[in-house]
Design a protein around this ligand. Structure first.
Ligand code: ZN
Ligand code: ZN
Length: 338
């Protein structure tokens, strides 16, 4: 079968590899129909993803149609349309034992630490497989994963109905987090440096947008919250300055969620956290969020059609990566079809 491989940074090839086989009673074999390209795939390609090793079959956002199941598989059967949760955990460490396997001390992500889903067939454990209704567009199955990131962020932020939320950054993660927050009944204001991204954000459901630096974020937040200050901030920009600003802008008893993986330190004023008794949390990958996302996608509260801006066949993978490299502002989510 064909697989999309990054043998070393700045190289991407379509290679003939051995087709995986169902080995355990709980294996599910899937014919991949849809794979989403994520920032971390770009990072593996351009050598900036510190977690990746080479050569690597990339792709952690993927889904397809079940073609074979092991004798013990109960939740899915042949012909089902499914999305795959790429998180693989040990089940033994502290995080796993308290139900937070997404930060397992021995965590592996398909497509990053081990081979992923940009290939014709995968074999994965049943527990990683999540079923859609029969008529869901097979080219869109991979969008479940980025939306699980949005659900995880909302869970970590404990976003409640009627709450006001600031999301910094209108990229794919910011938009997914916004749509989930809207599904949860929150009111969302989004900020970004790029006007076209904010236009898309509004089209996809953001209540208000703030163009930086043309508009003053602090003033807009005062207006948005009737002088109260913003209680929930999700920082998807993830630079030291945005983290600092989040801590400054959050109102007393507020929550700040960070998702950055950069190692640069940030100078946070301790007194801001103490005086306002802020809750600052990280959010990584997803923890059992697929079923909620699938429900949202099937009911129409999450809208993947506007989210996917580009589609390429797997033979065009180089072109897809080039398009993202040269037009990063235009591509919200590119999907590769197999
Ligand atoms: Zn991703
Ligand atoms: Zn573990």
């Amino acid at each position: 079968m064909k697989a999309i491989k990054v043998p070393e940074p700045f190289k991407i090839v379509i290679e003939e590899v051995e087709e995986p086989q169902v080995k355990s009673a709980f294996d599910v074999k899937i014919k991949v129909t849809s794979g989403g390209i994520c920032g971390s795939d770009i990072g593996i390609w351009n050598g900036t993803n510190s977690l990746a090793t080479y050569p690597r079959v990339i792709g952690h956002e993927f889904g397809g149609i079940v073609t074979q199941v092991g004798s013990g598989v109960k939740r899915v059967s042949v012909g089902d349309r499914v999305a795959v949760d790429p998180v693989v955990s040990c089940g033994q460490c502290y995080a796993c034992k308290i139900g937070r396997h997404n930060v397992c001390s021995a965590l592996e992500v398909m497509g990053v630490h081990r081979d992923g889903g940009f290939c014709e067939y995968v074999c994965v454990p049943e527990e990683n497989v999540h079923r859609f209704k029969a008529d869901f567009d097979e080219k869109m199955l991979s969008v479940a994963e980025p939306f699980t990131i949005g659900v995880q962020i909302n869970t970590r932020a404990q976003i409640q109905k009627g709450e006001k939320v600031l999301i910094m950054g209108a990229g794919p993660i910011g938009i997914a987090a916004m749509q989930v927050a809207k599904m949860n009944g929150a009111e969302v204001i989004m900020s970004d440096l790029v006007e076209s991204r904010l236009e898309k954000a509004k089209m996809m459901g953001a209540d208000r947008v703030v163009l930086i630096p043309t508009q003053n974020l602090e003033k807009e937040l005062v207006d948005f919250t009737d002088g109260e200050g913003i209680p929930v901030i999700i920082d998807t920009v993830c630079i030291p300055a945005s983290f600092q600003q989040s801590v400054e802008l959050a109102c007393p008893a507020g929550r700040v969620v960070v998702i950055g993986l950069k190692s640069q330190p940030s100078e946070i004023v301790m007194a801001e956290i103490t005086k306002k008794e802020l809750t600052i949390v990280g959010s990584r990958l997803n923890c059992n969020c697929f079923d909620k996302v699938i429900e949202g996608l099937e009911s129409g509260s999450l809208k993947p059609d506007k989210y996917v801006t580009h589609m390429f066949s797997y033979e065009q993978v180089e072109q897809a990566f080039e398009t993202i490299r040269t037009h990063p502002q235009d591509v919200l989510k590119a999907v590769i079809t197999f």
